[in-house]
Design a protein around this ligand. Structure first.
Ligand SMILES: Cc1cc2nc3c(=O)[nH]c(=O)nc-3n(C[C@H](O)[C@H](O)[C@H](O)COP(=O)(O)O)c2cc1C
Length: 147
């Protein structure tokens, strides 16, 4: 049977450059917004931040993910927001988190992007998605679920 259009689920991955330093205050405020808003929209995901970059995966119903992405693009706390990967999904990878946070620390080899010359803006979206998955597994995600 044909599914109604609103049941199409997608996963979107983007990268962006932080504007200014990535302070704890900035992160807390982003996560607060995510934890307040995402559950009401059935959106889950992970935010990786550090080294002046954000990577974020958003999963959920297509029009809701697209709408959130538009709001995020307009946010002045980052720039050069660029979609790296967009796919229709039947299963979520980050369903347990309204927005998990992974810090990309320069000091912790576990959570570094493996290749020092790694440029997310020219890398394949599939590869970056794999990196994000690895980070989530090895990088001790914090700020988990809000019911
Ligand atoms: C890197 C980054 C990630 C963000 N992630 C989310 C998110 O997952 N959910 C959310 O509601 N807002 C997120 N925001 C905040 C939105 O950009 C926006 O400020 C917030 O949704 C409030 O939008 P409004 O002022 O139009 O209501 C994020 C912002 C940044 C800079």
């Amino acid at each position: 049977m044909r599914q109604p259009p609103h049941s199409i689920q997608v996963r979107l991955l983007y990268v962006s450059h932080a504007v200014g330093p990535q302070t704890t205050t900035m992160t807390s405020s982003i996560l607060l917004q995510a934890h307040q808003h995402n559950p009401t929209q059935g959106i889950s995901g992970v935010l990786c931040q550090g080294q002046g970059l954000f990577f974020q995966v958003l999963e959920g119903e297509r029009s809701r993910v697209n709408a959130l992405y538009r709001r995020i693009c307009a946010d002045k706390r980052h720039r050069d927001v660029e979609v790296l990967h967009y796919e229709e999904i039947t299963e979520r990878r980050f369903g347990q988190w309204s927005m998990a946070l992974v810090r990309l620390s320069v000091d912790d080899p576990k959570v570094q992007m493996q290749d020092p010359d790694f440029d997310p803006y020219s890398a394949s979206g599939g590869q970056v998605m794999q990196q994000v998955m690895n980070l989530l597994e090895t990088g001790q995600p914090i700020q988990m679920t809000v019911p």
